[in-house]
Design a protein around this ligand. Structure first.
Ligand SMILES: [Zn+2]
Ligand SMILES: [Zn+2]
Length: 370
């Protein structure tokens, strides 16, 4: 059977393999054997090339299928067809319906980790990957720790485990090298006041302050997936780039992976804004010794010196509370966790009142003594 999917099977017992962050190796769910990424890569290189080829063949088949469905009176819009792919699980044969960016997933029926190598072949192959280091239990523990000490969090939310879904996702990122330069004209002012006889005198002295500079950047990260909220992805930075590895599909089994759906070009504005903001901040920091500072005009420019395609490990946790969804993201390498929490309004105002009350007592005491 021709298949576009690779199941990484244990060479010892044919059980499913998954990548373990703790050991940095592929581990067998059944017999416990461990294999290095290199070993599995070697074993699967041929199968993956074949699977990638099948994926291309199937693109042609899809057009034919579309015509067949049309003949039966079922019309599929191009959007529907483009946004969806159907694969067969090599382990149990079930149909897997994925969206067009899915590159690694697991079978909802038999749980087998599956990889769709065609999504990452040829020009779509990522250059680099940071393998997962933290596992699912560590992600859940981190979320529980995050809840602790949050006074405004509703008690019921804290007590019950409200995690709806937890997924380890390799998120596509662009890593951009470049140089940002800029110049800015600031206006600084110093104010002096004194009393001269019957007059209050205020003297304001204005200065023009010119600044110019440039910064070299290495691997500015921006996520290249429309599915991932940008704020969450920016907030779980930084990643430790020392652990970047050349990409291999052997890091994927057991996790989800998406190929990018935001192009380099479309990411460029976000990248250059980040670099230019850093230059702006650095220039502004050097303007000191004035009581007032404002910017008169400024100019920034970013030069792109090369972009790399990388996959970054992220645990996504979603919870539901009173019909609302809350999304958390944890850096799968460093454990940094970000997300929104529901706020217990009653508690919040209660706390506010507790602070307000002693304050008014102090104020009235001061009033009494005056
Ligand atoms: Zn095994
Ligand atoms: Zn299956």
């Amino acid at each position: 059977m021709a298949s576009e999917i690779t199941n990484h099977k244990c060479p010892a017992c044919t059980g499913p393999l998954h990548f373990s962050g703790a050991s940095g190796m592929l581990e067998c769910d059944y017999c416990g054997s461990k294999f290095t990424v290199e070993e599995i890569e070697k074993l699967y290189a041929e199968k993956e090339a074949e699977a990638a080829e099948n994926l291309e063949v199937n693109e042609a088949k899809k057009e034919k299928e579309k015509a067949e469905f049309a003949a039966m009176g079922i019309e599929w819009s191009d959007e529907e067809i483009k946004g969806m792919k159907v694969y067969n699980c090599p382990s149990c044969g079930a149909e897997l319906i994925c969206d067009s960016t899915t590159a690694a997933t697991s079978c909802p029926y038999c749980g087998n980790p599956t990889v769709i190598p065609g999504q990452f072949s040829g020009g779509l192959k990522p250059d680099l990957v940071i393998p997962f280091k933290l596992n699912k239990d560590q992600a859940v523990a981190a979320l529980e720790k995050y809840y602790k000490g949050k006074v405004f969090l509703p008690k019921a939310f804290k007590e019950h485990n409200h995690i709806e879904e937890i997924k380890g996702v390799y998120v596509p990122f662009w890593l951009c090298d470049g140089n940002a330069k800029g110049n800015a004209l600031f206006s600084g002012a110093n104010v002096r006041s004194w009393r001269d006889g019957d007059y209050d005198i205020t003297e304001t002295t204005y200065f023009d302050v010119m600044r110019e500079g440039n910064i070299d950047f290495e691997k500015i990260p921006v996520d290249a997936s429309t599915k991932m909220p940008d704020e969450h992805m920016d907030a779980i930075e930084p990643f430790d780039y020392r652990e970047l590895k050349p990409f291999s599909t052997a890091y994927l089994p057991g996790f989800f992976a998406d190929k990018y759906d935001v192009s380099q070009n479309d990411s460029f504005e976000r990248i250059s804004k980040r670099a230019e903001n850093s230059v702006r901040e650095e220039l502004r920091k050097t303007v000191v010794g004035y009581s007032m500072i404002s910017t008169k005009n400024e100019y920034y420019d970013f030069e792109n010196k090369g972009i790399k395609y990388a996959l970054m490990p992220v645990w996504m946790l979603s919870t539901k509370w009173k019909g609302q969804n809350f999304l958390f993201a944890m850096n799968g390498q460093t454990g940094k966790l970000v997300g929104d929490l529901p706020v217990d309004k009653g508690k919040f105002w209660g706390m506010f009142a507790a602070i307000a009350a002693p304050l008014s007592i102090v104020l009235s005491l001061v009033w009494l003594f005056m």
